[in-house]
Design a protein around this ligand. Structure first.
Ligand SMILES: *Cc1c(COP(=O)(O)O)cnc(C)c1O
Length: 372
């Protein structure tokens, strides 16, 4: 029986009636841009993230981009980013004419290694942008301390981390701003592209509101060059329907992570498969369940090919480090051994909340077969 990496149809079944009713209401009203649907979602999303402000944005990428723009980051500036993340984390920096300065990750949590950050800070460093990769927070205490010492803003790339906790604080509430993605494969997914920015800073929040509509206030008076970074009312309404269910979905993913831990242990694969580790004080929301094969890329690829041959969904997030991307060729001659190891040895396997224990057992059984 095929097991997809992610099956959104099961989640949709739980909200179908309400989603169709609200969609019809929006179509009948013809109110597509901002307004009450967006306000309602922003209010509840800010509360969920424990922040004073949340702004609905057109995508996670635009949320990161706008966060950099309101800080005035551009030509000649540097932004510290992990060497291992989805492309957007570094892409937004380059789009503004600034330079992404890559720092290696820690293989324990696949996040920015704070011990390596200080050495890469220069007079031109205008922001530090940790990513809470796969759904577990980066070591924010250490990063915030480094940033505070120098007065450098911190933008959390929380695209994969809605609802992660770090010592009792929610992702997106710790740094200067947090950027979220509601791409359908994230734990809270829209019916298309959408994102959000959170902040506790009233002044930044006011500027974010203006930048979202071309720096405009009032209508047709433009104080800054912003962009069209608005979330659709339709997407905000769909997210508003889903938000109350998010905790139960997180719990489903966390239960599945526990089941994997048990089944991998029972299969005696402890040495050969490194499972994700939930670090003390952090709540992992398992946007991806990442296993690592320390024997190397050949073993990882053998498992991946076997799983695909028996129709079990799996994916490499990500096959290249950011400095290895062709578009960043020549940007740095530093080495990033931990990021390269992650790119060569990791594999995402299904963890979506509706997954059944029999399916988890089957995934583990097939991985064991591939390793025989
Ligand atoms: C998904 C993602 C983004 C971009 O979000 P989009 O909504 O797809 O634009 C940025 N950073 C990370 C780490 C992501 O996983």
């Amino acid at each position: 029986m095929a097991i997809p990496l992610l099956d959104l149809k099961l989640q949709y079944a739980a909200i179908r009636e309400e989603a169709l009713r609200v969609t019809a209401e929006i179509y009948e009203s013809q109110l597509f841009i901002l307004g009450k649907r967006v306000d309602d979602f922003e209010r509840d999303f800010a509360q969920y993230c424990q922040t004073r402000h949340a702004l609905g944005i057109s995508s996670g990428t635009d949320a990161l981009l706008e966060a950099l723009m309101v800080l005035g980051i551009g030509q000649g500036d540097e932004v510290i980013v992990p060497a291992y993340s989805f492309f957007a984390t570094a892409g937004v920096v380059s789009r503004l004419g600034a330079t992404p300065v890559f720092v290696d990750i820690d293989l324990t949590d696949y996040n920015l290694d704070p011990r390596l950050v200080e050495a890469r800070i220069t007079a031109r460093t205008k922001a530090i942008m940790p990513v809470h990769l796969y759904g577990q927070c980066a070591p924010m205490d250490e990063l915030m301390a480094i940033a505070a010492q120098r007065g450098i803003p911190v933008i959390e790339d929380a695209a994969q981390a809605v609802g992660c906790d770090y010592n009792g604080h929610r992702a997106g509430s710790i740094g200067t701003m947090g950027a979220f993605s509601f791409f359908p494969s994230k734990n809270l997914g829209a019916f298309g592209d959408a994102g959000a920015i959170t902040t506790n800073d009233d002044e930044l929040a006011a500027r974010l509101v203006d930048y979202r509509v071309h720096g405009m206030r009032p209508k047709y008076f433009h104080h800054y060059v912003g962009g069209n970074f608005r979330i659709d009312a339709l997407q905000a309404a769909m997210l508003h329907i889903k938000l109350p269910l998010l905790e139960s979905w997180h719990e489903g993913r966390r239960r599945n992570a526990d089941l994997y831990r048990r089944h991998f242990a029972d299969a005696g694969l402890g040495e050969r498969v490194v499972l994700p580790e939930e670090l003390r004080g952090r709540r992992h929301i398992y946007n991806q369940y990442i296993v690592r094969f320390p024997e190397g890329s050949e073993t990882r690829d053998r498992v991946m090919n076997h799983l695909k041959s028996v129709q079990i969904g799996c994916e490499v997030y990500y096959p290249l480090t950011l400095p290895q991307q062709p578009c960043f060729a020549g940007l740095t001659d530093e080495s990033y051994p931990q990021s390269e190891t992650a790119a060569q040895q990791t594999l995402a396997i299904p963890v979506f909340p509706e997954l059944k224990e029999e399916q988890i057992a089957e995934v583990v059984r097939e991985i064991r077969k591939a390793l025989e």
